[in-house]
Design a protein around this ligand. Structure first.
Ligand code: LIP
Length: 297
């Protein structure tokens, strides 16, 4: 286990991601069975389940000693251990998928000692692949077979110049009441509001509908930050590796924690920049104040 070949695992994960992409594209969302989990906006489809089955059987066959955690087969309370663990969301952006909104992906991560070391994100609608291996950089491939572009896309990324110059990704998530929801919506409002009224007046807010694609956009330098509470390790593991390899940082979405766990459930991703990363995090945490999102129950 000590000398695992990350490049070979990465290459297999890319093949698996492309196969998942073909399954996602071949499904007609109007004809597939859908169900719900926690509530009416926490959606699962037959395609999510079929893709996870294919992914888990391929990865388990190739790497029988590794652990596997997938969104659709997750058993509440399961912990991620130090052993190599595939952390997989078969379709991240399921709501987009069921609405035929072409922004969904497969998110395939590998964690080692609970840290993301490989990240593969593939949006088949745009034939857009994001990949990274720990200490080997992050890449984006626009069309299968074309030359990968190194991330971030800008050769000299601009310094971060505070929230008032930032494009920020946020998500509504599937919990739509209670203290977490109140905090989130209050922060959304404060991020957008004018400085005169106590807000940060960010350039704007975006919701791509997929944590993985939000993080990939931050890694690419197309957005400055992404903040969410309530998502899971399978939503962020792959993107996290890609983000770090592109010079970005992942900190807690709750103020004060610079080194969150992969299953922290509250995250703030900030793009790579020659200056201003820590300042942006601290300014963001200042908008949240002394409150915290809590997903422990
Ligand atoms: C989605 C996440 C998104 C979150 C949604 C949902 P899914 O994952 O990517 O960030 O806001 O509630 O969890 O369900 O499409 O795999």
């Amino acid at each position: 286990m000590a000398d695992i070949n990350l490049q070979a695992i990465h290459d297999e994960m890319v093949l698996v991601a492309y196969e998942a992409g073909r399954t996602i594209l071949s499904a007609n969302p109007a004809d597939i069975g859908t169900g719900t989990k926690l509530n009416s906006v926490d959606i699962v489809t037959e395609v999510d389940q079929a893709v996870e089955k294919m992914v888990s059987s391929r990865l388990k066959a190739a790497y029988p000693d590794f652990s596997f955690m997938g969104e659709e087969t997750y058993k509440p309370g399961t912990k991620i251990g130090p052993e190599p663990t595939f952390i997989v969301d078969p379709i991240d952006g399921t709501t987009n998928f069921v609405h035929s909104f072409p922004n969904a992906c497969i998110s395939l991560g590998l964690a080692l000692h609970r840290k993301p070391v490989i990240g593969i994100i593939y949006n088949p609608y745009q034939d857009l692949l994001f990949t990274a291996i720990k200490s080997h950089g992050a890449y984006m491939t626009r069309i299968k077979g074309s030359a990968p572009q190194k991330l971030p896309l800008a050769a000299s990324p601009r310094p971060l110049a505070g929230l008032s110059n930032a494009l920020v990704a946020v998500e509504w998530g599937s919990s739509r009441d209670g203290p977490n929801y109140d905090l989130k919506t209050d922060v959304f409002k404060k991020l957008a509001a004018t400085r005169e009224t106590g807000g940060a007046m960010v350039h704007s807010l975006r919701s791509l509908g997929s944590a993985a694609l939000n993080i990939a956009a931050v890694a690419a330098g197309q957005m400055d930050a992404y903040w969410e509470g309530g998502c899971w390790a399978w939503d962020v593991c792959a993107g996290w590796c890609i983000l770090e390899e592109a010079g970005g940082i992942m900190v807690s979405g709750n103020p004060g924690e610079w080194n969150p766990a992969v299953d922290e459930r509250v995250y703030l991703a900030v793009r790579g920049a020659p200056a201003g990363q820590r300042e942006l995090v601290e300014e963001f945490w200042g908008v949240i104040g002394d409150r915290k999102m809590d997903y422990s129950v």
